[in-house]
Write a protein that binds this ligand. Structure first.
Ligand SMILES: [Zn+2]
Length: 577
């Protein structure tokens, strides 16, 4: 690695006094604003860092000093970045020194759309299996312990990864006495048994409701699969397991402790929690109060009663602190990419199915205007090109009527685009958050969209080329959250079977790092405090066993995370510090 000259060494004394950096200019290609600080750099003599990391291959994602060997941390922030020789001499007897042994270090990864709960992972029946017999056995084990009439619920199902198509009849084999629901990991479709349909009063003659569908076999009989708002028919019938408020809260905290360990073990230091409600926010607060929270979170609160409460309390965008803060309000305007229900201008391959809208234009307009006028930032889930166009129309209207600078309204997923949509997204300063592990992980689903459409889906490269600061998002549970898989997926556009989907959307490793770090910070207006290894920013970083630039691109996902630090504190491995 090239030696770093003394001139390139820089530090930031203001961080020691707890003074944040100013906001950096909006738009792609921004730099986090360190250059201006070089001239006024105070002396770091006698500073006594808490931590220095030396002998590393540091990718700072800071254009003013892209590569470094070492950095120093004090009070949770980076205070100096540069060569090993320069940083080493800052250490005092009290400073912890980590010799990285030439390991690669990047800024901590930021997942801008993730459903963080952990409760399902700890307590629900696992439907993320590959054989129907295994799924039925898991359900039967739960049904055996469940009183008749009470719901049996399984989660994280993936229909295209099962050995045979799951049917209502399969679930009837488990029980005719319990209502059973198997929820797809994508969150937009579920499978039910006959008892559930009976309780819901749904039969072969029941018409599909607005914004939903009861799927049927060739004879018109219900096949068990139900999409979007048609699932509302099941939500108020049957008996469900109940918990006291104390039990509910304890489960939430346990779930949060569990998922926070998993996220940081994967290299994530911040997530945007897409759909935070009261239970979720309490779980965060409880985990934090008990010292169990390892990652930072920005909430996209649900556009329901939770949002009404925020409005009533006068809480708006940006409220919170460096660990927990409000990042916007979330709505959902169409179906799912992984469940093939997103609303498109052309049908799914070999069908006349264009997908499902879950909001009308008027509903989107009203929600956007209400949130915008309450100083909230809006994040609307829109996968298909039709839906993205509708959301952009709402943003165009509201920004014309009530102009506001640097709003950064978001489009969650923003899966299928075209040149016109890209131009409007750029013009409005909208932030898209497309799926970053999907090409690799959900490869068997893309034939239903077809190779041509896939050239315009999860279009990270097109966004970058258009100057749009696209961020990275797993949407976990629907997609895996591991950032190394995400980098591989975006760089190779190759699925786990070796099929390439949308090769012109391939990005470089450096672009993938940017998407996963500084652009993620930009998506919550936090690029002045995180997203790069720059003096003054939170010391959130990840140490990797291998350099993703050097390994076979198809093996990036196998790179081991050696250490994840948040605010300079090691969060993974979890017992170190
Ligand atoms: Zn989501």
């Amino acid at each position: 690695m090239k030696k770093i000259s003394r001139k390139q060494f820089f530090g930031f004394g203001a961080a020691l006094a707890g003074v944040g950096l100013g906001k950096s200019p909006a738009g792609a290609g921004f730099s986090p604003g360190t250059t201006a600080l070089l001239a006024s750099q105070p002396s770091l003599a006698g500073v006594e860092p808490d931590l220095v990391v030396i002998n590393a291959r540091v990718y700072t994602v800071d254009s003013s000093l892209p590569r470094a060997e070492a950095f120093a941390v004090k009070n949770g922030r980076f205070i100096a970045v540069g060569s090993t020789a320069d940083v080493r001499h800052l250490a005092s007897a009290r400073t912890r020194v980590i010799d990285a042994g030439q390991a690669t270090v990047t800024p901590g990864f930021i997942d801008t759309h993730c459903h963080v709960s952990g409760v399902n992972e700890l307590y629900a029946v696992n439907a993320n299996v590959r054989r129907v017999r295994e799924l039925l056995a898991n359900l039967r084990a739960k049904a055996d312990k469940t009183p008749a009439g009470m719901w049996v619920t399984a989660v994280m199902f993936d229909d295209t990864k099962l050995d045979v198509p799951l049917t209502r009849q399969h679930l009837d084999e488990v029980s005719r006495d319990h209502p059973i629901v198997v929820g797809h990991r994508g969150g937009h479709t579920s499978w039910y048994n006959t008892r559930a349909f009976e309780l819901a009063g749904v039969n072969r003659n029941t018409p599909d409701p607005d914004h939903g569908r009861f799927f049927r076999d060739d004879s018109g009989e219900l096949n068990g699969r139900v999409a979007e708002q048609a699932r509302a028919a099941f939500s108020k019938v049957g008996v469900r397991e109940t918990f006291t408020p104390e039990q509910q809260r304890e489960r939430g905290r346990a779930g949060m402790r569990h998922i926070s360990e998993l996220l940081t073990a994967a290299g994530l230091t911040s997530v945007h929690d897409a759909g935070a409600d009261r239970d979720r926010i309490l779980a965060y607060e409880d985990a934090r109060a008990h010292g169990e929270l390892r990652h930072r979170a920005a909430f996209l609160v649900r556009g329901n009663a939770t949002f009404s409460g925020f409005k009533a309390a006068g809480i708006s965008y940006g409220f919170g602190d460096e660990w927990l803060r409000v990042a916007g309000v979330k709505y959902g305007a169409d179906g799912s990419a992984s469940e093939r229900t997103m609303r498109m201008s052309t049908p799914y391959i070999g069908t006349t199915d264009y997908g499902i809208l879950t909001m009308t234009q008027e509903e989107i307009d009203d929600a956007v205007e209400d949130a915008h006028r309450h100083d909230f930032r809006v994040a609307v889930h829109a996968n298909g090109d039709v839906t993205i166009d509708m959301v952009l129309k709402a943003y165009e209207k509201v920004l014309a009527k009530y102009p506001r600078d640097d709003t950064r309204h978001r489009i969650e997923h923003c899966s299928l685009v075209n040149p016109d949509l890209l131009r409007r997204i750029k013009a409005l300063g909208v932030v898209p958050t497309p799926f970053w592990t999907y090409v690799y992980y959900h490869g068997e689903k893309w034939k239903e969209y077809g190779p041509e459409r896939m050239e315009w889906m999860f279009a990270h490269k097109s966004f970058l080329d258009a100057g749009i600061p696209v961020a990275g998002a797993s949407d976990y549970g629907p997609g895996p959250f591991e950032p190394m898989m995400a980098i591989q997926s975006m760089v190779t556009r190759t699925d786990y079977n070796g099929n390439v989907w949308g090769s012109r959307q391939k990005v470089t490793v450096d672009d993938a790092l940017k998407i996963g770090t500084i652009n993620g910070a930009y998506a919550s207006h936090e690029e002045h405090v995180k997203g790069s290894i720059s003096p003054g920013k939170y010391a959130d970083f990840v140490m990797l066993e291998k350099d993703p630039h050097d390994v076979n691109p198809h093996e990036i996902k196998d790179i081991r995370i050696v250490r994840t630090a948040v605010g300079g504190k090691t969060m993974y491995p979890k017992d170190e510090n």
